[in-house]
Design a protein around this ligand. Structure first.
Ligand SMILES: Nc1ncnc2c1ncn2[C@@H]1O[C@H](COP(=O)(O)OP(=O)(O)OP(=O)(O)O)[C@@H](O)[C@H]1O
Length: 338
């Protein structure tokens, strides 16, 4: 297993293209997902994430590209790809009219397991996914979280080594989301490769070894969460005040010190953000000890006492907005600031 892990990617795409009519959805995308890792594809609504999942899991065909999944060529051997993968997500395989257990047994039949083996596998997976109590109830009566768990359990009947999860936690409450994260981590610990699309940047941050941000049909950036966060600004110190008068005098003093000629306070020359409603000031900062010290010195010298000081480092939200045309400045401009 280690040999495969280090040598051949579980999922590889070169020049992946797909258009619907004159709308190009994927415009020559390259991806390589090492075996036993989590890869997350992020992007705004309509960016083409589901399209990429559908292509790589053989549900639809690409217009162009060299695509390999599990070492098999998607164009020439889609059947081999199908037997290596599992897919769950927006197009759930769960039949609501029958029980969770019956859904599992149907999957076991589809995978040609013997009756005995099918029952054993179904029971083990229902237990693993905390569905034993619900097993005899119709799946239509399941909550969203239970249904997702059943969906993944069904996918695992065939013991796929590569799993595509298309927005697996959309609409789930925080507890169900954390359960799903635990399940995904367990799968990966067992050597499974996970291709994950999500709308939750926190989810990619938690789970993914590598993240690609899809925008306008192309990969706008790819890397670990930490690497992506380094691409954008967003680091700041937030000062919060409870007394409006103290807040106002701090805002005035800050404006003076952040004039283009002034230096010495963190990020001098970069505009701070004031929020009159929240009585808070956001001062650009990399959060380093040096910058914090100079900020504290300045606050002392100016006689300003904030009620709360918090350091905010860039998160994936900042990355997402910067790369997908949101409200934050584009990446190049932000690099100049840092
Ligand atoms: N069968 C189809 N025919 C025509 N256009 C399609 C078809 N499927 C998807 N599209 C278009 O392709 C684009 C990408 O859709 P896709 O579902 O892959 O996006 P997505 O990133 O998964 O979005 P979301 O986050 O909303 O699920 C969208 O503009 C969509 O309208």
């Amino acid at each position: 297993m280690t040999i495969t892990t280090s040598r051949s990617p579980a999922i590889a795409a070169k020049g992946l293209r797909k258009a619907y009519g004159d709308k190009t959805v994927l415009d020559g995308i390259d991806l390589a997902v090492p075996t036993g890792t989590v890869f997350s594809l992020l992007g705004p609504n309509g960016a083409g994430k589901t399209t990429a999942v559908k292509i790589l899991s053989t549900l639809i065909t690409a217009d162009a590209g060299e695509l390999h999944v599990g070492g098999h060529d998607l164009a020439s051997d889609p059947q081999a790809v199908r037997s290596a993968i599992g897919v769950t997500g927006q197009f759930s395989a769960v039949d609501g009219l029958i029980t969770g257990e019956e859904n599992m047994l149907i999957m076991a039949d589809l995978h040609h397991l013997s009756r005995r083996e099918g029952r054993r596998t179904a029971a083990a997976l229902l237990e693993r996914f905390d569905l034993v109590e619900a097993a005899k109830k119709p799946a239509a009566a399941y909550s969203g979280g239970m249904r997702r768990r059943l969906d993944i359990a069904m996918t695992l009947v065939g013991e796929p080594r590569i799993i595509f999860l298309d927005e697996p936690t959309t609409g789930l409450d925080p507890r169900s989301r954390h359960t799903m994260w635990r399940i995904i981590r367990e799968l990966v610990a067992g050597g499974v490769t996970v291709f994950l699309t999500t709308q939750y940047l926190e989810e990619a941050d938690e789970l993914a070894d590598r993240i690609a941000v899809l925008n306008d049909g192309r990969i706008a950036a790819e890397g670990s969460a930490e690497e992506l966060k380094r691409l954008v600004p967003g680091g700041h110190v937030r000062l919060r005040f409870t007394d409006p008068a103290t807040y106002r005098s701090a805002a005035v003093a800050l404006k003076e010190v952040l004039l283009p000629h002034a230096h010495g306070v963190a990020g001098a020359g970069v505009s701070a953000v004031t929020s009159d409603e929240a009585l808070s000031l956001h001062i650009p900062s990399d959060g380093s000890q040096r910058e914090l010290r100079s900020l504290l010195d300045w606050l002392d010298a100016a006689g300003i006492e904030a009620d709360e000081l918090t350091v905010h480092t860039p998160d994936l939200d900042d990355v997402f907005f910067a790369l997908t045309g949101g409200s934050v400045a584009p990446v190049q401009a932000t690099e100049a600031v840092r």
